[in-house]
Design a protein around this ligand. Sequence first.
Ligand SMILES: Nc1nc2c(ncn2[C@@H]2O[C@H](COP(=O)(O)OP(=O)(O)OP(=O)(O)O)[C@@H](O)[C@H]2O)c(=O)[nH]1
Length: 624
Amino acid sequence: MSLKNAPQPGSTDPSIIRNFCIIAHIDHGKSTLADRMLQLTGVVDERASRAQYLDRMDIERERGITIKSQAVRMPWTVPDGNAEGAEPGTYVLNMIDTPGHVDFTYEVSRSLEACEAAILLVDAAQGIEAQTLANLYLAMAADLHIIPVLNKIDLPSANVEKYAAELAGLVGCEPEEVLLTSAKTGVGVESLLNEIVKQTPPPVGDADAPARALIFDSVYDTYRGVVTYVRVVDGKLSHRDRIKMMSTNAVHEMLEVGVISPEPVKAGEIGVGEVGYLITGVKDVRQSRVGDTVTSQHHGATESLGGYKHPNPMVYAGLYPIDGDDYPTLRDALEKLQLNDAALTYEPETSGALGFGFRCGFLGLLHMEITRDRLEREFNLDLISTAPNVVYEVALDDGTEVEVTNPSEYPDGKVAEVREPVVKATILAPSDYIGTIMELCQLKRGNLQGMDYLSEDRVEMRYTLPMGEIVFDFFDQLKSRTKGYASLDYERSGEQAADLVKVDILLQGEPVDAFSAIVHREAAYSYGVMMAGKLKDLIPRQQFEVPIQAAIGARVIARETIRAIRKDVLAKCYGGDISRKRKLLEKQKAGKKRMKNIGSVEVPPEAFVAALATTQPAEKSGKK
Ligand SMILES: Nc1nc2c(ncn2[C@@H]2O[C@H](COP(=O)(O)OP(=O)(O)OP(=O)(O)O)[C@@H](O)[C@H]2O)c(=O)[nH]1
């Protein structure tokens, strides 16, 4: 169908609108299916279609243009006599993209709020995974209609019967009701579009009420400022309105309203049930926050849609430039990133060992990895990041409470109680690995909350775990112990009191703040031994002997020694070539300039990088 004849934004009857999203575990084919739908609905023609149209962050960056397609409007005509029994006619489908990772659960929940149905996509060769479940629970909490779909049925290893039964059991339908697709070959995708029309409830809202729209994403664009994605619930938003953000009462001039199909298309207004974008000239995403309600300034709504939450960082780490001269660049870079990332926080910090840097707050490990990666790649910075830590609440003997986001701020002595954040974790794995997973969780101070068999040989285990144990190498260990078969998802779930201590690492009797860590008392010794051992290997020998100690307060719990030596760079230079000798000595001097001095001990930056690399990135699935 030609897009010109498609229903126009602003005057679309809500009864022909269908708002849906696709939820899936990483790699189960979400992007491929989305691309296929764009092609079939004629929004992107096959020739112009490049793989993964929705995933165009990189392309955008290269060309420095426009907008991330967070929500695409697709016209779809249901033919007469379709096998699905959907009412023939032309419909407007809005496909809303959801970020794929636990760090962004709140953003996911807002995107889901903007939909009426969710396609639960499962790989027919893999079955249900942890994120399938996590996303499904979020979708059920948002009251969405679930459409179960098995994808990749073209794969020789697909086991349609087994996984259709598993999926049906999970969703509570008959195995025959599970739809089958191959996003790759296109099989089943037309039927799926008809099913979406048939099964998704049309949006309901009051067209005559004051405007209310939910912000489900906001993105900073270099040229246009902040682009805010909204789903209109009541009334309409027009480009002539001045709009108000209900959480802050801030009023903004509206410059443009439109829909994405798949490029931005201006519209005069968008009405009940529609999904589109607003541009207001605001330059900072923090003024247009995900979860907030937009209304018009005049005769605006008095009650917001609810559910707005301020993003709170869960993980903190220090970021330091390896070259101290890069400090201003790092500051500017963080300022720029924050324009596009309402959840990123930072404040200046100084470390005795690393110099000037920033204490940054992140939603989780993946968020931290992404941010660091972008700083290094987009701003050409070499960074040292200190080991990430969670936020501890420390009650002192005198009744005061402090929040510790940096181990070096941990109060010495007089601590009455320390509370640490806890997560509820869901682990899915083949049942053969139950023993090894239990062992790992026990080691990480986990408590088993329950266990269910999803099928004969797959099990779901639910644990509560201290978040501080997960931010280290938990995910990596889980993967290696289960040969990659386990999947993990977790969400924050309150605090608990714990017996935690601060372990300091001392070089020649001087504490190195970058290596301090808050750990469970039982793990303190092994942390001390591990760190001292690592540093012994990483720090080059000096002209004098260097003791490395790990200590809790004044009590030393581990010790290593680096023996003295002077590296004679001239050793191989017999004969009398004075200029060559001078060159070598200068090279040595230049190398020394880059060293970080801890007291009189010279430590190469690489030693910090390697010593702090105890943490591993979390599952890299949230790139969208
Ligand atoms: N054989 C086959 N491969 C598929 C099918 N759908 C997707 N794939 C492949 O599976 C891989 C993952 O697909 P994506 O669409 O990137 O998966 P995704 O869920 O969007 O993954 P992320 O973007 O990483 O979250 C790609 O290599 C696809 O080509 C299918 O129906 N059949």
